[in-house]
Design a protein around this ligand. Structure first.
Ligand SMILES: O=C(O)C(=O)C[C@H](O)[C@H](O)COP(=O)(O)O
Length: 210
């Protein structure tokens, strides 16, 4: 397994972050690292996102990926900024091709059996199950795992601390992602104490589930 996937499988949590200000990148990475979760999927939804990725790569041991990658050109930009992996909300053959060419891991999004089958056919065994809550939650992941035992899921979308156990108890779930670990408003306002508290609460929950 790719080292980024091993990392996520070990931590079992992926903070998905929407960062509006590049100067928040370093304190956010430090906060996440200190709280025991040295990684972030930085969504390419803000003008600052690529600068945020670059800044976070300077934090020792911090694993940074690019999220919301929907066009092939964004793959090159994300990799140039230092992203170690790429996440898409859906499955795009063009994005998949670009990731292959640049040798970067892609975690494509799937919400149905047909989409999962396409991702597996393309050799993508680890997929983002998105939007997890709206697409059927942990019950849907369990149902999809039966006919596709090789698939590993990173459910994301509408998940909070309360739902964590439902997903993480499934052996087919590699890790759970979400913005609840470092909400946009907390990042914007520089409320790193709140982020540290929420991340510690989540990592403690994960420890109890082991
Ligand atoms: O697919 C992408 O690249 C995305 O950006 C989708 C995000 O991962 C979710 O929107 C996070 O969902 P929440 O945790 O409910 O805020």
């Amino acid at each position: 397994m790719n080292d980024v996937l091993e990392f996520h499988g070990r931590h079992r949590l992926v903070p998905v972050v929407v960062v509006d200000r590049a100067d928040r990148a370093w304190p956010l990475a430090e906060t996440l690292s200190d709280a025991g979760l040295p990684s972030a999927e930085v969504t390419l939804r803000t003008p600052a996102a690529l600068s945020v990725i670059s800044a976070m790569t300077a934090c020792p041991g911090f694993v940074v990926g690019a999220g919301t990658v929907v066009r092939p050109a964004q793959v090159e930009q994300a990799v140039a900024a230092g992203a170690r992996y790429v996440v898409s909300p859906g499955f795009s053959a063009a994005v998949d091709r670009e990731c292959r060419q640049l040798g970067v891991l892609l975690v494509p999004g799937v919400a149905t059996a047909t989409e999962l089958q396409a991702a597996l056919e393309a050799g993508r065994d680890v997929v983002k199950f998105f939007p997890a809550a709206a697409a059927g939650g942990a019950a849907m992941v369990a149902a999809l795992s039966a006919p596709f035992p090789s698939a590993r899921f990173v459910p994301t979308g509408g998940i909070g601390a309360a739902e964590l156990g439902d997903y993480l108890r499934l052996t087919s779930v590699l890790a759970v992602g979400g913005t609840w670990l470092a909400p946009r408003d907390a990042v914007d306002s520089g409320d790193f104490e709140r982020i540290a508290r929420d991340v510690r609460e989540a990592t403690t929950l994960v420890e109890h589930l082991r």
